[in-house]
Design a protein around this ligand. Structure first.
Ligand code: TXA
Ligand code: MG
Length: 365
């Protein structure tokens, strides 16, 4: 059933006035897509089962996948969480508002529909003025998964929210691009030490520095162990996947560039279209290789380059990753090759999303 979707384009000068209607819609059980600093969220009142049903319906998402509940002030946590460990409070003080979700024991009245049947709930205070004001005006905690159709890359640009959600939700708030670009770190703080269930912008290193230690869900570390089930149910689904077939190569830079060169020629010769996501440093070398290639010259419009800044600046790569995967789909790329990064700090989150986008086609060369 197609819905009438109200679209609100935010003007920072009159943001509060503009958001009153959207806040009322949330309070009345309606669905509102809104920007956060990580990706756009698709929100509804977390304490209303029927409102939460509308989220699952709009996304076409399995309902055993728990949703993150968004709050605007620390005192809203008390409405949702049972016991919160002292070290978790230290981390909340340090990183909220920000791109990190804390999995805590839930209070009885938090519906299982929100938590996917779990006794825990994921809570996040986003660091975005529009999100914070909207939640405050709604007066309710706001459950919000990423505002994409299930299986598509999370939207960081309102254009893709409109593409996936126009006609499926009651309101879309256009507040510009999400600058982090990857979804929040999900951190389980129910045990003695924090455990990362989904890597993100707030890294293991940052968390460990703050409270002395931080573990990573073993299912994320050893991907060859099929017996390990990720603790974050969302991690088990095919996710973040564009239409193109994505492969990721890392290791010796020259070997990666030569592989890209070889595959470009192979793909265009067989009539296909190819996208390359790589770094400024690679571009110089690859361009020189291609410059004199007659096959490339004949088919250059079939090759799409996405430069992800310098390999030393992973913030830019993180910010553009999902958007560029979507762009390459729009350009009709059949094959996408990505230059992978090492899996420390923000590289951990980037490689985690690339692993999903490529359905495991990640090669070390
Ligand atoms: O940055 C973000 O986190 C974005 C913005 C909108 O805030 N939201 C987002 O939500 O990415 P979603 O639904 O696409 O991903 C939520 C992730 C899933 O992997 C889910 O399994 C995990 O969080 N999660 C939520 N509650 C959990 C819980 N109680 N226990 C374990 N994992 C949980
Ligand atoms: Mg998502």
């Amino acid at each position: 059933m197609r819905k009438e979707t109200l679209i609100i384009k935010i003007d920072p000068e009159i943001m509060e006035e503009q958001l009153v209607v959207a806040g009322k819609m949330l309070a009345a059980g309606k669905t509102v897509a809104f920007p956060t600093e990580t990706v756009y969220g698709l929100g509804a009142n977390a304490l209303s089962e029927s409102a939460v049903d509308a989220i699952y319906e709009a996304k076409g998402r399995p309902s055993d996948n728990p949703l993150i509940v968004h709050i605007a002030r620390l005192d809203m946590l008390g409405e949702l969480a049972g016991e919160v460990k002292p070290y978790a409070k230290i981390l909340m003080e340090a990183f909220w508002p920000g791109p990190i979700t804390f999995v805590v024991k839930k209070k009885d009245h938090v519906p299982y529909k929100v938590t996917g049947g779990l006794e825990t709930v994921g809570v996040r205070m986003p660091n975005h003025p529009v999100a914070l004001k909207l939640i405050e005006l709604s007066g309710v905690p706001v459950a919000a998964p990423s505002a994409n159709l299930s299986g598509k890359p999370s939207p960081t640009d309102v254009k893709y929210v409109l593409k996936d959600m126009n006609g499926r939700v009651d309101c879309i708030v256009d507040g510009g691009d999400s600058h982090v670009g990857l979804e929040s770190t999900v951190l389980d703080v129910t045990g003695e030490v924090p455990v990362i269930l989904r890597p993100g912008k707030i890294t293991r290193e940052m968390i460990a520095k703050c409270v002395g230690g931080c573990e990573v869900d073993p299912a994320l570390v050893d991907k060859s162990r099929q017996d390990l089930v990720p603790k974050s149910p969302g991690m088990k689904y095919r996710h973040y996947a564009p239409d193109a077939e994505v492969s990721v190569y890392s290791g010796d830079i020259m070997a990666v560039i030569r592989t890209f060169y070889g595959r470009i020629i192979e793909v265009v010769e067989s009539g296909g279209s190819i996208g390359i996501m790589f770094f400024e440093e690679d571009a110089l070398v690859l361009e020189r290789l291609l410059e004199d290639d007659a096959v490339y010259k004949r088919h250059r419009e079939k090759v799409h380059f996405m430069k992800e800044g310098s390999s030393k600046d992973l913030d830019t790569f993180a910010r553009n990753l999902f958007k560029d995967l979507r762009k390459l789909d729009e350009l009709g790329a059949d094959i996408v090759l990505v230059h992978g990064v090492s899996e420390n700090e923000l590289g951990h989150a980037i490689m985690n999303r690339l692993d999903k986008a490529s359905e495991g086609r990640v090669f070390k060369i």
